[in-house]
Ligand binder design. Structure first.
Ligand code: SAH
Length: 381
């Protein structure tokens, strides 16, 4: 058996313990030694523990913004990427953003949610989103996704309770690596984050949602959280805001979500609705939205259904750069929510955190990246 210090270092970021042990075995390192190294990296934040060596991307920017619950921290990592397809233009790095958001739990306990990026830029082209304006530059590897957690946990020194894939990118456009990252983050010998505390948020790619339907039926995956960015109450408005809707409409979305509800044992799905004044905030929009949500309300005829299986999250629009629309006023947000309440829809209102530092929802995307390259949007056909 080789001595761990003599072999080429192997980073466990993005791997389950099992995968790591297999990889180490190929180099002649035994499972016990691999386990020690794995634990050192994920539990103590070690970057060197033979045979493990972790090279973390440099944090090139950091912003803090005080909010009611504590401090929102946005950090930007510079990924060195010497051989990706833009390097011929003389660019050999990519910048990605992550946000740590403090929350108050129901029992008054303070928790922290890490919002991670799954891509550099995004191909989905949603009109209201800052990241979309960059186009897609590239997808992240599982290791690069997990490195965001490692930095939050050990460089920022914050215990991370929840992880949401709501940073830059469309996770269903990079699902293999996102699944790998989740398998790593939930590994009980490593980061050990409960599956129920991880949420994938999507524009609603039906092909990806079908894969998730399959995945959540695998052992350990049932509780994976799911969020759909609906953002409109009818196909006309949705197609204007989100090109993906031309491929898969709201009826198809509702169908797959109902299928997912079956296999997820009635677990709640979060429906996100970015409220944009003059675009999707009419009383008639609230009525349509309530009608679309109906199948997710409590159904007394279904024995197993415990309550609402859809949770509506209204997010006041955060103006992107050069936005044609303003943020909604407090009154507009309340009027819209009241109208939904009148239909018996339970609404959660997302408090805006980090808007000043462009760290809020849909504001991730760096000016430097935007300047340099525009990759044509390739919405799937
Ligand atoms: N691509 C994924 C995840 C990233 S966006 C998705 O679409 O779900 C995460 C959330 O931020 C989505 O619900 C999205 O609708 C919302 N969002 C995007 N731009 C926004 C903006 N300018 N203001 C407020 N929320 C926004």
């Amino acid at each position: 058996m080789a001595r761990a210090d003599d072999i080429q270092p192997i980073s466990p970021l993005g791997m389950t313990l099992e995968a790591y042990q297999q990889r180490c075995a190929e180099e002649g390192v035994g499972p016990g030694r691999a386990l020690e190294a794995y634990k050192a990296v994920f539990r103590e934040g070690a970057t060197h523990s033979a045979p493990a060596k972790v090279t973390l991307p440099e944090i090139i920017k950091r912003h803090e913004e005080p909010v009611n619950e504590g401090v929102t921290i946005k950090f930007v990592q510079r990924l060195l990427n010497p051989d990706h397809r833009l390097s011929h233009r003389g660019i050999d790095f990519d910048d990605i953003e992550s946000v740590i958001i403090p929350m108050l739990g129901r029992s008054g306990k303070k928790t922290h949610t890490l919002c991670v990026s799954s891509q550099v830029g995004c191909a989905m082209g949603c009109d209201f989103c800052e990241t979309a304006q960059m186009g897609l530059i590239r997808s992240l590897s599982a290791s690069e996704i997990v490195a965001q957690w490692h930095a939050a946990r050990f460089i920022e020194g914050i215990e991370i309770d929840n992880i949401v894939f709501m940073g830059m990118g469309e996770p269903l456009d990079n699902l293999d690596e996102v699944f790998k990252a989740i398998a790593c983050l939930t590994d009980r010998y490593g980061a050990g984050i409960p599956m129920a505390n991880i949420t994938i948020s999507t524009v609603g790619r039906i092909d990806g949602l079908k894969r998730i339907k399959h995945q959540v039926q695998q052992e350990g995956w049932k509780r994976l959280g799911l969020a759909l960015s609906l953002n409109a109450s009818n196909d006309e408005v949705r197609s204007q805001l989100m090109p993906i809707n031309n491929k898969w409409n709201m009826q198809e979305l509702q169908d797959i979500l109902l299928q997912l509800r079956e296999v997820r044992g009635g677990r709640k799905i979060m429906i996100e609705y970015v409220l944009i004044p003059g675009v999707n905030n009419d009383p008639t929009h609230a009525d349509e939205l309530a009608a679309w949500m109906k199948p997710f309300l409590k159904d007394p005829t279904r024995e197993k259904a415990k309550g609402h299986t859809g949770l509506l999250n209204v997010i006041p629009y955060n103006p992107r750069r050069d936005s044609p629309w303003p943020a909604p006023t407090e009154q507009q947000v309340e009027a819209f929510i009241d109208r939904l309440y009148s239909h018996g829809i339970f609404v959660n209102r997302r408090r805006t955190k980090g808007r000043d530092t462009m760290a809020a929802c849909g504001q991730l995307g760096t000016a430097e990246i935007r300047k340099r390259a525009f990759v044509p949007l390739n919405t799937p056909k």
